[in-house]
Ligand binder design. Structure first.
Ligand SMILES: NC(=O)C1=CN([C@@H]2O[C@H](COP(=O)(O)OP(=O)(O)OC[C@H]3O[C@@H](n4cnc5c(N)ncnc54)[C@H](OP(=O)(O)O)[C@@H]3O)[C@@H](O)[C@H]2O)C=CC1
Length: 784
């Protein structure tokens, strides 16, 4: 495909978990003009729970994903720290929505647009173009030609109904497929038979076991059951999907790896004793992940049964001769089928019993001359599909945008054959095992194609710590944004922060003292190494916060300083002089600590910025201000409860500048007293959203007649004020974006250095426009 200056039109079909990253990456190519058609009115596909009976794919109401958040994330969008390690479907949906919002994908998605057919265009041989027939959101049908197509419509939509069991039609109870199962309602006190022990069957059986009279779970060959969490509560996929382990696995016979894991799984519960031990080895079938099933079996609320041999009018006979006389409900959790009838009536990508010939499960060999159509997300990994879908889209887009990354037709065919042979050798022969991949091997294979796999030996030379993490840590998707096309500047940090995000998902206040001490040491060394520089540049800003601070402007949710970090801070205070100290939720204990250091170490700062509500008393704050020789206090986004009587405390008396919330408890008389503070000449008014025009005018009159100075007034949502009148009456006043008015304001440009450790961060800003800053930014130790 020739590189071309002209934009190539790409259609992404579906805005679910595969469509969204496809769209996001397509947008990063200048020569690609992308549109996404989504049949429904929302993004999220399967992950958007649909309470009604539908032909669309949908999770159950209670579905919790069985891959962990870090292994399920997209490569440039790490999940929030507080998101669960295994997300409930509503949280998954939120993650997908956030991703779409973050990358502003909505404007490229045409909702309620349904694709009816896709065929090669008349000039396909020459151009590789496709003709698409679709119905728009008004019901009108159109035809359009695209240079490329990404089919991202999922493969968990069409229920696979098993061939009817003997006398199934005579059965008078209800039989549904798990696709139609929503929640437990209606199953109370019923006898339920769940057929199939895949992840759907396991989930349904466990859920119903709490409210049904009895649940029977049918399996014709047993299965190995994984728990979502491994030793020490670490998500199992974070433990098993590691580069090192896969490299090792390639060197030892398969049975060794199988035996180790089987031993581990049996150690939790003996699969034989629980009637589940299969003939196949653990990696010989798609894994069933279920944390509760063994317990439910132990409690007898779920009983394991072999396959059904026959239905009766009210009951079921099993292959071992056992019988249940009365059955109310049967839930066939027997998997899904897929087909590609949308594309040339199913003639192009032929599917038989879920067997399909696609290069890397995405590219039809017949189209090898152009490679302008791909299926995204058609894999069933030991691990999460989402990062694989994203990587598939990246492979396609590299090719589509002009690079040659897909090999020759013959190589494609060989690869398909090799994969099929390997699958037949390893897996139980079944329609379930036709698109199986190992997460690590497969993502690396794709990454190799586009040159974004990590060369560990090269990395060891330049960044040994990161190399260690990549080799021995979980193979998180961010790894594939360190190199190659569309590198992501924050990939390194995202990799190093994995443990922290995992930990914070289960423990808000997870502080590890050893780590804190190590942090002190590293920070100390950093300060030592850069002493001259630090002394020549006064630190502008020191932010004490035990939450992630991603950017200067993004300090949105904070907590109090952890006690454990006092040690660490002491070390820092000995070395650095700051202009601004920001503390979130300042309490008495922290204030006393800071006062001690101000007195003992001569720790100084010029501005105290109090973020969010604080519980320290004004008396204590005043002492802190006094001992730190602080001349500016900034009550920001807090109820300051500042009263006239506080002003007699020495710390407040000496203030030169004060910033406070106008909408809090401040009374006009208090304001008058503050205004009259002798030393205080600079004022910033925050959050003046509820004050009225007269008051604002009074403020300006007061200030214009005195030596006092307003640095800024921030009014973001005030309907009472006529800005034009006020600006007209005050020629020295200018409004700078977003209703921030400035009379005078020294504007510092800032560089920001964030040094972070496990759940605790230092935030430092220096004066900038200095090349040194950049150098330091790169050298700053990253603390885990
Ligand atoms: N929480 C989560 O994240 C969830 C994820 N999923 C995923 O969705 C996908 C689909 O899962 P699922 O719906 O469970 O389907 P699967 O295809 O994985 O499992 C189907 C089950 O039905 C059995 N089965 C099929 N046909 C018959 C038959 N004729 N007689 C008896 N048993 C039969 C299969 O047994 P056999 O092995 O003998 O063929 C197997 O146990 C998987 O990738 C799964 O991981 C699903 C649910 C929840």
């Amino acid at each position: 495909m020739p590189a071309t200056a002209e934009k190539r039109k790409l259609l992404v079909v579906g805005a679910g978990a595969s469509g969204l990253p496809s769209l996001r990456h397509a947008l990063s190519y200048e020569n690609v003009d992308v549109t996404c058609f989504e049949g429904t009115g929302d993004v999220g596909g399967l992950w958007k729970y649909k309470p009604e009976e539908t032909d669309l794919s949908s999770v159950m109401k209670s579905t919790v994903i069985n891959t962990s958040k870090e292994m399920t994330a997209y490569s440039d969008f790490p999940p929030e720290s507080r998101m669960a390690n295994f997300m409930h479907n509503t949280e998954m949906y939120r993650y997908l929505c956030n991703y779409a919002d973050h990358h502003q994908l909505h404007k490229y998605i045409k909702f309620h647009h349904k694709v009816n057919s896709i065929v090669r265009n008349s000039d396909y041989e020459k151009t590789g173009k496709w003709k698409v027939n679709y119905t728009d959101d008004k019901g009108a049908t159109h035809e359009d030609v695209f240079d490329g197509i990404l089919l991202c419509s999922g493969h968990h939509t069409t229920p696979n109904w098993p061939a009817k069991f003997t006398d199934q039609d005579k059965f008078e109870g209800r039989i549904i497929h798990s696709h139609s199962y929503k929640d437990h309602r209606g199953y109370e006190d019923k006898v339920v038979v769940v057929v199939g022990i895949g992840n759907s069957g396991g989930d349904v059986a466990v859920e119903l076991s709490r409210i049904a009279k009895q649940v029977y779970l049918v399996t014709r060959r047993g299965t190995w059951i994984f728990n979502r969490i491994f030793d020490y509560g670490v998500p199992v996929d974070l433990v098993l999907n590691r580069k090192f382990l896969f490299n090792l696995r390639a060197m030892v016979p398969q049975w060794i790896g199988d035996s180790v894991i089987e031993h581990k799984l049996n150690y939790r519960f003996d699969h034989k004793a629980y009637g589940l031990k299969p003939e196949h080895r653990v990696f010989g079938a798609h894994p069933t992940v279920n944390d509760e099933l063994p317990n439910r079996i132990a409690c007898g609320t779920v009983r394991i049964k072999p396959n059904i041999s026959k239905f009766t009018q009210n009951g079921i006979l099993f292959e071992d001769g056992s019988k249940i006389e009365h059955v109310d409900e049967v839930v066939m959790s027997t998997g899904f089928s897929f087909e590609f009838n949308l594309v040339e009536n199913g003639e192009l990508i032929k599917v038989k019993d879920n067997q399909v010939d696609l290069y890397k499960y995405m590219l039809p060999v017949e189209l090898a001359d152009h490679n302008t159509l791909a299926v995204i997300g058609l894999v069933q990994p030991f691990g999460s599909i989402m990062p694989l879908s994203e990587m598939q889209a990246r492979v396609f887009l590299e090719e589509f945008s002009g690079k040659k990354v897909v090999p020759t037709k013959t190589q494609m065919q060989n690869d398909i054959k090799n994969k099929r042979d390997a699958m037949a050798k390893r897996y139980v022969s079944s329609r379930r095992h036709t698109i199986q991949v190992d997460y690590v091997d497969y993502i690396e294979e794709l990454a190799e194609l586009i040159g974004c796999n990590v060369n560990i030996w090269e990395l060891v030379k330049t960044d040994p710590y990161l190399a260690y993490k990549v080799l021995f840590g979980p193979m998180v998707p961010y790894i594939f944004r360190l190199n190659g096309p569309k590198k992501w500047a924050h990939a390194r940090q995202a990799i190093l922060d994995v443990d922290e995000r995992v930990l914070q998902a289960t423990c808000d206040k997870a502080f590890d003292l050893d780590n804190l001490r190590r942090t002190c040491q590293i920070i100390g060394e950093f300060i030592e190494d850069n002493r001259n520089f630090l002394q020549s540049r006064k630190l502008l800003h020191l932010d004490l916060d035990d939450r992630r601070i991603r950017a200067w402007h993004d300090v949105s949710w904070c907590d109090r300083i952890p006690r454990q970090s006092f040690d660490y801070l002491s070390k820092f205070f000995k070395n650095v002089e700051a202009l601004v100290l920001t503390v979130n939720k300042l309490d008495e204990e922290t204030s006393e600590f800071l006062i001690r250091h101000a007195r003992k170490n001569n720790f100084r700062f010029e501005q105290l910025r109090l973020f969010h509500s604080f519980t320290a008393s004004h008396e204590t704050i005043a002492r802190l201000l006094q001992f730190a020789h602080c001349r500016t206090v900034n009550f920001e986004a807090v109820q300051s409860n500042l009263k006239a009587e506080h002003l007699s405390f020495p710390g407040y008396k000496n203030l030169r500048s004060i910033c406070f919330e106008m909408d809090d408890s401040l009374e006009p008389e208090d304001f008058q007293r503050i205004f009259e503070l002798e030393n205080c000449v600079n004022f910033i008014f925050h959050g003046c959203d509820n004050i009225d025009q007269t008051f604002v005018q009074t403020i300006f009159e007061k200030f214009s007649k005195s030596l006092k100075r307003i640095e800024a007034i921030r009014i973001t949502a005030n309907k009472n004020i006529n800005f034009d009148t006020i600006l007209a009456n005050n020629p020295n006043l200018s409004m700078v974006q977003n209703a921030v008015w400035k009379l005078e304001n020294p504007s510092y440009e800032k560089a920001i250095i964030t040094v972070r450790r496990n759940a605790f961060h230092f935030f430092m800003a220096f004066e900038v426009n200095d090349k040194r800053i950049e150098d330091i930014l790169y050298k700053i130790p990253i603390i885990e």
